[in-house]
Design a protein around this ligand. Structure first.
Ligand code: HEM
Length: 393
């Protein structure tokens, strides 16, 4: 074994890489469960890519064949139902992991210097993930696939002057149809997973390994000091335990409750002449859908929805406190928990029929943005708690 290792090492820096990034990679010893969600997101990315490769072997990207090819996968292909359910329910696990991962960064101030680039690359991953899921949702060519794609592409028609031309350009036709299915299939299976999502994750981790992880105390730790432990075996074991627990839950849903995260109307083939009564997005888009609907003017709604995502990019500059972790920031701590609660409220409102609870929707949308307005003002009056020293964590 060691002869093989030496043979490879003389030709390729494999051991050097493993030592630098795994067995000798210094990590803070106080990382809590919130630091497990990054690896969990990586596992879901792998699950989606592997099951996606298998689905592509049988799926037919043609409006006349797509719906039936999914039925064929579910009924005739050996274990096709398993591969399809794993792939269709995977995004629920993936978005759960990514939202927890982002909430952790928000709470512990991980977006602050010197980790701005990790945060921005993360946001690019998040945007690509949303686009990737949206395009994948069209592929089964069910009723919700068709009408979801119609509604979302139609949002671009709100852009002044170029809007309606842009919608035709995006769809490749006047309505969602064969050209739309073809381009969504191509992007969903090639450029997005490998190039954008895969490439961005590699950049995300490269940036992370340049500066090292933040930690719950939010203080910068010496990589050779008493608070540093190697990633392997400590965090590999912790990550694996956590990943096994979440994968157990995921497999429970896949095997016993696959329908809870799938839309029943999508079991009917797409029909451009029958609009479903309610067109509701998947749970992970609901808060943004609620923001879109809380503004009574189409362009205003679209701008607010995109602003809600892009404002996250300004966090490293909006939050001006020298203290990272909310543990030691009583005001930011309360406002951030309210922000999380507010997102849950927006998600709930996104599920309601249009026109209901409008006032609550507007209040929740306002708080979403008020949070970012308050952030730069907090340090002026917040009394931060004393930070621990490196030896105390
Ligand atoms: C495919 C999706 C993603 C994968 C596989 C991924 C992977 C990881 C991993 C493995 C870590 C180190 C462990 C950890 O801190 O949990 C990490 C750290 C980080 N990620 Fe992600 N990530 C993803 C998406 C995102 C998104 C969407 C954001 C934010 C918009 C983000 C922001 C961060 C930040 C700020 C850190 C540093 C955290 C710290 O050191 O405290 N990531 N990521």
């Amino acid at each position: 074994m060691s002869a093989l290792r030496e043979w490879i090492d003389r030709r390729f820096p494999l051991m050097e890489f493993i030592e630098k990034h795994i067995t000798k990679y210094p990590t803070p010893k106080n990382l809590n469960l919130w630091w497990n969600f990054g690896s969990l997101a990586g596992v879901f990315l792998m699950v989606q890519i592997i099951t996606g490769i298998w689905l592509t072997m049988y799926y037919k990207p043609d409006t006349k064949l797509a719906f039936d090819s999914i039925q064929h996968i579910m009924r005739d292909v050996n274990y096709g139902w398993l591969i399809r359910y794993l792939h269709a329910i995977g995004p629920t696990g993936f978005f759960f992991a990514v939202y927890m991962h982002m909430a952790r960064a928000l709470y512990y101030g991980s977006y602050k210097s010197p980790r701005e680039l990790i945060w921005w690359i993360g946001l690019a991953i998040y945007l690509s993930l949303m686009a990737q899921t949206f395009m994948g949702y069209l592929l089964p060519w069910g009723q919700m696939s068709y009408w979801g794609a119609t509604v979302i592409t139609d949002l671009f028609s709100a852009i002044p002057f170029v809007g309606s031309d842009l919608v035709v350009w995006l769809r490749g036709d006047f309505a969602v149809g064969d050209p739309t299915l073809g381009r969504f299939f191509s992007l969903h299976t090639t450029l997005m997973p490998i190039g954008i999502i895969g490439g961005l994750v590699a950049m995300h981790l490269t940036a992370l390994h340049r500066v090292g992880s933040n930690n719950p105390a939010g203080i910068e730790l010496d990589k050779k000091g008493p608070a540093a432990i190697p990633f392997a075996p400590y965090y590999i074991t912790k990550d694996l335990l956590f990943i096994s627990l979440i994968l157990t839950l995921y497999l429970y849903v896949v095997f016993f409750q696959p329908d809870i995260f799938l839309e029943p109307i999508n079991s009917e083939p797409a029909n451009s002449l029958v609009t479903p009564i309610d067109i509701v997005p998947e749970w992970y888009f609901l808060p943004f859908y609620a923001i879109l609907r809380s503004i009574p003017q189409k362009l205003g709604g679209v701008v607010a929805m995109f602003a809600a995502i892009f404002i996250l990019a300004f966090l490293p500059y909006l939050d001006r406190s020298p203290v990272r972790s909310s543990r030691y920031r009583p005001v930011k701590k309360v406002l951030t928990w309210l922000f999380f609660l507010n997102i849950l409220i927006l998600g709930y409102l996104g599920m309601q029929p249009p026109g209901t609870m409008l006032l609550i929707g507007r209040a929740a949308t306002s708080y979403y943005f008020i949070y970012f307005i308050l952030l730069p003002l907090i340090p002026a009056f917040e009394k931060v708690k004393p930070l621990p020293r490196e030896e105390e964590i």
